[in-house]
Design a protein around this ligand. Structure first.
Ligand code: ATP
Length: 135
């Protein structure tokens, strides 16, 4: 069993998709270990997306993530990291995410792709420490 960090991004929260995302996590057989509605500081956003610091969309990504509350969730279960990536679908909601995935069912734009999930065991550890330092 392993843990992953899931975010319902500001677009997902404002569109009322928090329950939908949690419901899919639970129906997949994964468990919720910690959950918080959080207003994200610029510092936290920049640390979370540090690997994208040199990308042209970095400024706009940080602005987006800090633009409204997110729901941060620590999810646990067998193969939780890959399992949530599968639930989320590919980064581009139209070209990559398939119907039946969260992004494939509800998204259209690459930036406003509703959810985040850690992409490896190393990122999961780093991100859980960053978002839930007391866990
Ligand atoms: P996440 O890390 O949020 O789960 P991901 O791993 O599917 O997403 P990354 O390539 O790590 O995708 O990009 C991180 C986030 O940056 C994306 O989820 C998306 O919100 C945003 N993003 C990625 N590419 C672009 C782009 N070309 N233009 C605007 N925003 C982008």
């Amino acid at each position: 069993s392993e843990r992953t960090l899931v975010l319902v991004k500001p677009d997902g929260v404002s569109r009322g998709l928090v329950g939908e995302v949690i419901s899919r996590i639970e129906r997949k057989g994964l468990s919720l270990v910690a959950l918080e509605l959080k207003h994200v500081s610029k510092e936290l956003a920049e640390q979370h997306y540090a690997e994208h610091a040199e990308r042209p969309f970095f400024g706009s990504l940080v602005e987006f993530i800090t633009g409204g509350p997110v729901v941060a969730i620590v999810v646990e279960g067998v193969r939780a990291i890959a399992a949530f990536r599968q639930l989320a679908g590919g980064t581009d909601p139209v070209e990559k995410a398939v119907p039946g995935s969260i992004r494939g069912d509800f998204g259209t734009e690459v930036q406003y792709n509703l959810v985040h999930g850690s992409d490896s065991a190393d990122s999961a550890k780093r991100e859980i420490d960053l978002w839930f330092p007391n866990l």
